[in-house]
Design a protein around this ligand. Structure first.
Ligand code: FCB
Length: 439
């Protein structure tokens, strides 16, 4: 392969989220989140793992900043734990929580690393859940208050509102595998509307209070394909695309929910009744960046059942298909043009452990990253407006229901000592970043 050159100003980064890496879940006034509650119930998370110790980033952030700088990265995407800022989800902010993120942001900036903050990466304050969580419209208003506190507290140019609203809807409310652990389509899509409303409210506040900054959602987009050429499968794939992608992209970019998806939802949920006058105008407040997270394609049969077609990673939902990354980026250019794209997550778990020489030879991850970066490069050549890429993840961390059993990091974490060991993929990535070229 000829070397593929990336633009000189291309932003290279890595991503994490608060509950997955911070640990310290009871320190400095942090309130309880839905993930603390969910993980405490036996059977919900593999091996009974919880967000403690995570990768202990709450204490080790100076070391992690050095690590990011050593890898030559120019951006670090992290999330803010709402319960550290407002322990009960509303009211006066907890100064110690704000101070933590101030120190993190200052440390990054000092090392020439751009902070990119996600406001909500799933750790809803438990007290808000007790009042109905995302099914309760008021949670969107509470989110807007919290967002305003953070916008004023941190000097950051690039913000992300909600991480993967779809995963909250699907895993949290439909399939029960994530907090809050419901299996109820009726409630799920009501929550969906309020998550989108929360996104819109926060986006608007950012624009009003801090013009010149950039804000957008972080959406996990799944190219959907029919498993065969039958008309049934093709129709099912189109509907699946609605539930996976258009349900989120259309209201944000175009100010309406896709009709076919709404019909499908109406058979399952009273979501429509919760869409009030003006909501779609709020949700479609123009965004300045779109966070794109790509992991897997979704193939469906004529009954809209998922069929696995490509080789899978240790995470069984993750089919390795770099071409899907290309497809989704090119599709965004055509169907949702005009907004710069930042890849906010892409990666896979591997089981590689340190050898006697302390090296972690994660060749599978290098191959995955190379193939995905190459697909992204091709999409960029064809006009996809991608300005940056963040690998998921900087560090091995708490992978939700899989606990610590799935390691997505380019840096290995020994959870008993919290020692960090850059894996071979981290060293490989450092070379790509340094040269700006993929060989
Ligand atoms: C995404 C999440 C992220 C991480 C990866 C593997 O859905 O946003 O926190 O768990 O998957």
């Amino acid at each position: 392969m000829n070397a593929l050159r990336f633009p000189d100003d291309f932003v290279w980064g890595a991503a994490t989220s608060a509950y997955q890496v911070e640990g310290a879940t009871t320190e400095d006034g942090r309130g309880v989140s839905v993930w603390d509650t969910f993980a405490a119930v036996p059977g919900n998370v593999k091996d009974g793992d919880t967000g403690d110790p995570g990768a202990d980033q709450y204490h080790r952030y100076p070391e992690d900043i050095e690590l990011i700088a050593d890898l030559g990265l120019s951006s670090y995407r992290f999330s803010i734990a709402w319960p550290r800022i407002q322990p009960t989800g509303s009211g006066k902010p907890n100064q110690k929580g704000i101070d933590f993120y101030r120190r993190l942001v200052e440390g990054l900036v000092e090392r020439g690393i751009r902070p990119m903050a996600t406001l909500f990466h799933w750790d809803l304050p438990q007290e808000l859940q007790d009042r109905g969580g995302w099914e309760n419209r008021d949670t969107a208003a509470r989110f807007a208050d919290y967002a305003e506190i953070m916008f004023d507290a941190l000097h950051i140019r690039d913000w992300l509102t909600i991480n993967e609203p779809k995963t909250v809807v699907d895993c949290g409310y439909r399939f029960g595998s994530h907090a809050p652990g419901f299996e109820d389509d009726a409630r799920a899509f009501v929550a969906c509307h309020h998550l989108l409303l929360a996104h819109g409210l926060a986006t608007r506040i950012s624009h009003e209070r801090h013009p010149g900054r950039r804000i957008g959602p972080a959406l996990n987009l799944h190219p959907t394909y029919p498993v065969d050429d039958t008309q049934e499968a093709r129709q099912a794939a189109r509907l699946q695309d609605g539930v996976e992608n258009r349900l989120y992209l259309d209201p944000i970019f175009k100010g309406f929910y896709p009709e076919d998806t709404l019909r499908w939802i109406s058979e399952r949920s009273p979501m429509r009744d919760h869409i009030l006058e003006g909501d779609l105008a709020t949700i479609s407040e123009p965004i300045d960046i779109l966070g794109v997270q790509y992991y897997t394609p979704i193939y469906v049969n004529g009954d809209m059942e998922r069929v696995h077609v490509h080789p899978r990673a240790q995470a069984e939902w993750l089919e390795i298909y770099p071409e899907g990354f290309y497809d989704i980026l090119v599709r965004l250019k055509t169907d949702y043009p005009g907004v710069p794209l930042v890849i906010t997550e892409n990666g896979l778990p591997t089981t590689d452990e340190p050898g006697p020489d302390d090296r972690v030879r994660d060749v599978g991850r290098i191959e995955y990253l190379r193939d995905h970066l190459s697909a992204m490069h091709r999409a960029m050549k064809e006009g996809a407006q991608v300005e940056g890429y963040h690998v998921w993840s900087l560090l091995d961390n708490f992978e939700w229901a899989e606990g610590y059993s799935q390691r997505f990091g380019i840096v290995y974490v020994d959870y008993s000592t919290q020692r960090r060991i850059p894996k071979d993929s981290a060293l490989w990535y450092r070379d790509v970043v340094k040269s700006g070229e993929l060989r």
